[in-house]
Design a protein around this ligand. Sequence first.
Ligand code: M6R
Length: 357
Amino acid sequence: EKGTYDHFMLKETDEQPFVIRKIIQHYQDEAEQIKMEPAIRHAMVNADRIYIVAAGTSYNAGLVGKQFIENLAKIPVEVHIASEFAYNMPLLSEKPLFIFLSQSGETADSRAVLVKIKELGHPALTITNVPGSTLSREADFTLPLYAGPEIAVASTKAYTAQMAVMLLLAVDAAKGKEITLDFNPLQELAIVANAMEVLTDQKETFETLAQSYLSVSRNAFFIGRGVDYFVCVEGSLKLKEISYIQAEGFAGGELKHGTIALIEEGTPVIALATQSSLNHSIRGNVQEVNARGANTLLISMKGLEHDEDAFVIPAVHELLTPLASVVPLQLLAYYAAVQRGADVDKPRNLAKSVTVE
Ligand code: M6R
């Protein structure tokens, strides 16, 4: 039930800190270590390459998951759009492990790939919010998201839950490979949950920012570098599907290779700056669009902020920033859609789970 909320999307955005805490609880043993089925660790450690297959927001979570797995467990990862993979299969490695990311566990495009790779005899792990769903039953292993039912068509809490579970999976695989990590992932996730709470407590700020940047524009750009770029792709999908503003998530450095031609006087550009090694370069990209008249909303992270930034998110571990930086983008999309009179929970032309190929 929606309770006092006008829309499920806002309720589900607000639930994110609790979902992260629930994931910590479920994936933690008595010694406060990550609890993972030995067979899953074995499958991860034995893979020479991991193929993440998903659609939409789950695909966007997969892009971040690749960073976690490659950075921490040092296993190469490819992320694939399910509907493309099914009909144009890439060359596979000798010992692949497939990870299917799906909130619903019912996405037909992903299932088509699962059926194909099972015919080839490859192992599959499904990460889903619905254990017992088709993708969960037909895979060898399942990791639940513990996000609770997600009703709004626009996915919010499943995205952050997917990233959190992939982090724990990556950390556990690193342990299996005897790689020592210099941070405590469960502690860092707890810090993320607190940061999310700080962000969801500032709804009026995002309502006002949406009003000044997005309430009338026909298009918008999201720019970032590194993991910020992946969050920009997700932020743009969120804005497109519920507000019908044409939006594009772009790698900051790639703009000058064509897309910057679209920047006009007043074009909204939302920029993310949460990575210390990229702070200087993304700010350079912001100057480039500003020089062409863009109306830029720069969201940075505590410790990296400049006076002129429109919003500063609380500091979290640099690898985990996507879990926090997406919250402002979810809320901006939400308020833009409300302000434009769109049906937030049931956008036109869309269904919650896409069960046709
Ligand atoms: O249930 P799934 O995670 O497999 O769904 C995949 C996409 O259809 C889904 O993420 C879609 O892109 C959402 N509407 C995005 O908010």
